[in-house]
Design a protein around this ligand. Structure first.
Ligand code: NDP
Length: 238
């Protein structure tokens, strides 16, 4: 059974990924930032290992990977999922907000990937899945810093996939459309209705559907897939 490390596993999409792999019998560790209550409840429910670590802190990331590997051994599957979002006019984005967006999404994925790779390279086996967003593909108005960080993850995925292919490590991106999680909690009912209407399948996606895509990327059926961006989005990007 594989050891899968999920960043930002306490809620939403990350929690669905934790549940999916834990129910399959894998060794699952996950990080969270502030919601200790949610993290502990999920750990009790699934048997997964919860570790507090800020994605914006290289030191906390090193410690988290050490704790996870001490308990479950080297990481076979890394899911860079932790994320934050914010709606701001571009001209209102502060330098701190810009840096935080990149620190959490891009630098976090960089530090986690770098920390788990020596083991994967040694094993000549591994799987890194970065959770981007449809806004990283199309760009989202009033979310320039979020869109730019998510686009950077796509670039990182493609370049890393080329570099790591010879070590038989696959790197892919999942770029979801609109998913029903707390991240979208600030959107009004009218906004959500408009997004549903824009989506050919006529609904918002579920965290479980994104977990299924992540799962697929770890199966034998995906053995020849690397450097790709898969966007489960109900057709909103067609
Ligand atoms: P949620 O807000 O529901 O959950 C976010 C998760 O990330 C939580 O576990 C949270 O931990 C963790 N997190 C946030 N900041 C940090 C940090 N600094 N360090 C460590 N962990 C952190 O979001 P979603 O489940 O919706 O989003 C998951 C990923 O999917 C994100 O990368 C997001 O950008 C992406 N995405 C989401 C979409 C959507 O419509 N929901 C669409 C496209 C992409 P804690 O519980 O402790 O706060």
């Amino acid at each position: 059974m594989a050891h899968i490390l999920v960043t930002g596993g306490s809620r939403g999409i990350g929690a669905a990924v934790v549940r999916k792999f834990a129910s399959a019998g894998d060794r699952v560790s996950f990080t969270y930032h502030t919601r200790e209550d949610a993290a502990n409840a999920l750990a009790r429910e699934t048997g997964a290992l919860a570790i507090r670590a800020d994605n914006a802190s290289p030191e906390e990331i090193s410690r988290a990977v050490k704790v996870a590997t001490d308990v479950y051994g080297g990481v076979d599957i890394l899911v860079n999922n932790a994320g934050i979002s914010a709606s701001r006019l571009f001209t209102d984005i502060t330098t701190e907000e810009w840096r935080e967006m990149f620190a959490v999404h891009v630098e976090g994925a960089f530090h986690y990937s770098r920390s788990v790779l020596p083991y994967m390279i040694h094993e000549k086996n591994g799987n890194i899945i970065n959770i981007s967003s449809m806004w990283g593909i199309t760009g989202g108005s009033c979310e320039v810093h979020y869109s730019a960080a998510k686009a950077a993850l796509i670039g990182m995925t493609r370049a890393l996939a080329k570099e790591l292919g010879p070590s038989r490590i696959r790197v892919n991106c999942v770029a979801p459309g609109v998913i029903d999680t707390e991240m979208n909690g600030a959107l009004s009912d009218e906004d959500m209705d408009a997004l549903r209407e824009e989506t050919p399948l006529g609904r918002i996606g579920t965290p479980e559907e994104i977990a299924e895509t992540v799962w697929f990327l770890t199966t034998r059926g995906a053995d020849f897939i690397t450097g790709q961006v898969i966007s489960p989005n109900g057709g909103i990007l067609i």
